[in-house]
Each structure stands twice: as C-alpha cells, then as structure tokens.
Design a protein around this ligand. Structure first.
Ligand SMILES: *Cc1c(COP(=O)(O)O)cnc(C)c1O
Length: 361
C-alpha cells in the first residue's frame, strides 16, 4: 500500500480551493495598471502545497514568476515548472552557485560577497536593496558603493521589502518608497519590485513592474483593517472525531485539568494538535464548527488532540468519525487569529504535513 493510499485514512484534512487562489491572484493583479504579478510560494505556499498551487497559477493565469525563500524550494519547484521564472530570496552562497546555474534559478543577491560569487556569470540575478527593514539586502552604504562601481552583472530585478505595508498610513512606507525610487532610477533596465501583499494596496506609486504577494493569494490578511473585496480564504482544515465520552460533573479534561465539567457533559476528541498547527487553546476562546454549530474547545492541546464540548442537545447527531471544521468558512482566519493571538502567517505556515490534502480547481 502506498503512503498516499494510507493517507486516504488520515484523520485530518486540508481542502484547498485552487480556483479561489486564482481569483485572489486576479484581484491582486487588478490593483495595478502598470505591474505584472508574481506569486510568493515559499514555505510550501504558506502551508497549502506549492506543488499544486504554483502549477495552478502558472497554467490558469498569466503568472510566470515565482519567489521562494531557499534554494531547496527553488529546485523542487523547477522540477514541477520547467519554464517558469524562479527567484530565491535567501541569496547566494559559495556551495550553491552550480545548483543555481544547473537549474536555471535566479538568485537574489543580498550583499557584495554574493555579487563576487556571481562574477562573470551571464545568467541573470536579482539584487535586494534594504530600505529600512534591516533584514536581508544591501545596506545603505553598500548600496551607495554598489551603484558607484561598475559591475558585469546581468541584473533583471531590483527589489526591496516593506517594514509594515499593511499599515497604509505609516510614514515608513513613503520613506522606503523614496529610497527605493532613488536606487531604481540608477538601474532602469531591471524590473523594479517593492510590493508584498500589503504593499499592493498602497496605490500605483508603489507598484513598479512586478508585484510579489504571498499571503493574500491564499486569502490570508497581513494585517489590513479588513480583508479587501475579492480576496477569499482559499482553504479549509477539518479534523476527525476519534472518540466521544460522557463525563460526570466535577471531572476534568486533559493535561493540567484546565477544564472541569459543571454538569454531565459530552466531550469529543479531535485529531489535531501542535504538529498540525493547533498551538493554543487553553485560553478557552477557541471554537470549532461541528454538526452545523459552533462548539467550544476545552482544556489544553494534548500534543495530537484537542477536546471539544458537545453537551448541548443541538449536537445530539454528532458521532465518532464525523469531521469538525478547524479553519474555514465558519471558523475564519480572522476569528482564530483574534482568539489565539497568532497571526495569519503563523496559522497558515503551521499547517504541517500530516493533513491529507485535497485540491479543487
Ligand atoms: C514573504 C515575502 C513576500 C510576500 O509577503 P506577503 O506579506 O506574504 O505578501 C514578498 N517579498 C519578500 C522579500 C518576502 O520575504
């Protein structure tokens, strides 16, 4: 029996709506009249499966450019999409030069030592200029020196990255735009790229030639006050009920006895836990959707399980092997984020490998 057949019996399911991702892409692209739109599919497309998400975008939209974090992700994607343009954010290291070249993957150079490693190569590269986040990319003084020294690079992308583009009125956005424009002006032949998901909604001054959204392709929100029209949560997580038990008043459930039954209660155990991205339930705000109603999650996550309270009569028809919605149309990312203090990035990239994945186009 192949592992895929075994996974058919998995106790938790991830359902991905590829059509919704395609629609989200079109919505993001339509925000700009000048730029084309790439897709950031790092971290396995934010937990949803880059091997399915990237081809869906490549074959059903005009998206032909993908960004990943590391070279391993880049090579994996190259094997799936032989003709796509693939950039790697993390940069170039001495032991990786041949791998980049052999797989036609484009490194984004983040400092002068990486420029030296790409010396004499005719293959294109991107260059990342830091405009304030103090993370990857050329520092201000390195940028000055780079722009004033001739180089033989075949640069096809100049990029920078926002500190907090999801906060539209934050003055750092304009400050970064200003710095980026000055760099861009001196490297006019390369495409310019500044906008992550939040940046896309800052307006056309920010768009340049290539948008780089990630989380909003999947329907997550980087922190805008409201999810923009046309951006839909493109996935759903479901977990199976492993066992149901009746417990007496005064009995406690789970590690550290954080929840005690006030009355005769009916408890269901669901098969999701830490490794599936369910990180926090002990604050008693978490909910799941089961049998057509909201149910409270009770007690602490038990490594691979959570418990829910299905005492109320409205849950009478709920039985073992039923599935509960953990995240989806009824339990939205917004709700879980608010109740858990985890952001959409953490909730999505934490999804983990144990779900049986289903894709709908
Ligand atoms: C992750 C990332 C993106 C995409 O960011 P989202 O907020 O998910 O849209 C864009 N650019 C860089 C450099 C990134 O690291």
């Amino acid at each position: 029996m192949s592992i895929d057949q075994v996974l058919g019996n998995a106790s938790a399911e991830l359902h991905v709506d590829l059509a919704a991702i395609i629609n989200n892409y079109e919505t993001l692209k339509s925000q700009s009249d000048s730029a084309t739109c790439a897709a950031v599919v790092k971290a396995d497309a934010y937990g949803l499966g880059a091997n399915k998400v990237a081809p869906a975008l490549y074959h059903n939209t005009d998206c032909d450019t993908f960004f990943v974090a590391g070279l391993v992700e880049g090579v994996t994607l190259r094997n799936i999409l032989p003709d796509a343009k693939i950039y790697v954010f993390n940069g170039l290291f001495a032991d990786q030069v041949d791998t980049y070249l052999d797989h036609n993957i484009t490194p984004i150079l983040n400092d002068p030592s990486q420029v030296a490693l790409w010396y004499g190569k005719k293959a294109p590269c991107g260059v990342h200029f830091d405009t304030g986040i103090n993370r990857l990319g050329f520092t201000e003084s390195q940028t000055e020196e780079f722009l004033n020294t001739p180089n033989d690079l075949n640069i096809d992308l100049v990029m920078s990255h926002f500190i907090q583009s999801e906060i539209a009125r934050h003055p750092s956005n304009e400050m970064q735009l200003d710095k980026f424009e000055r760099v861009r002006y001196q490297l006019p032949n390369a495409k310019g790229s500044l906008c992550n998901s939040g940046g896309v909604f800052l307006g056309r001054d920010y768009h340049f030639d290539l948008l780089r959204p990630g989380i909003m392709l999947y329907g997550g929100n980087p922190g805008l006050p409201v999810r923009p029209n046309g951006i839909k949560q493109a996935f759903e997580l479901r977990a199976k009920i492993l066992q149901i038990r009746e417990i007496e008043p005064g009995m406690a459930v789970g590690y550290n006895s954080l929840w005690t039954a006030a009355e005769k209660s009916r408890i269901a155990l669901l098969n999701v836990g830490y490794a599936d991205g369910t990180l926090k339930t002990s604050d008693r705000k978490a909910k799941v959707w089961v049998g057509g109603h909201m149910a409270d999650v009770i007690g602490k996550v038990s490594m691979d399980m959570i418990a829910i309270d299905i005492t109320d009569d409205k849950f009478n028809h709920v039985t073992v092997t039923d599935y509960a919605e953990i995240l989806g149309p009824n339990i939205t990312l917004e709700m879980v984020a608010e109740n858990s203090t985890l952001g959409h990035y953490e909730l999505m990239t934490g999804i983990g490998p144990r779900y049986k994945k289903y894709y709908k186009v």
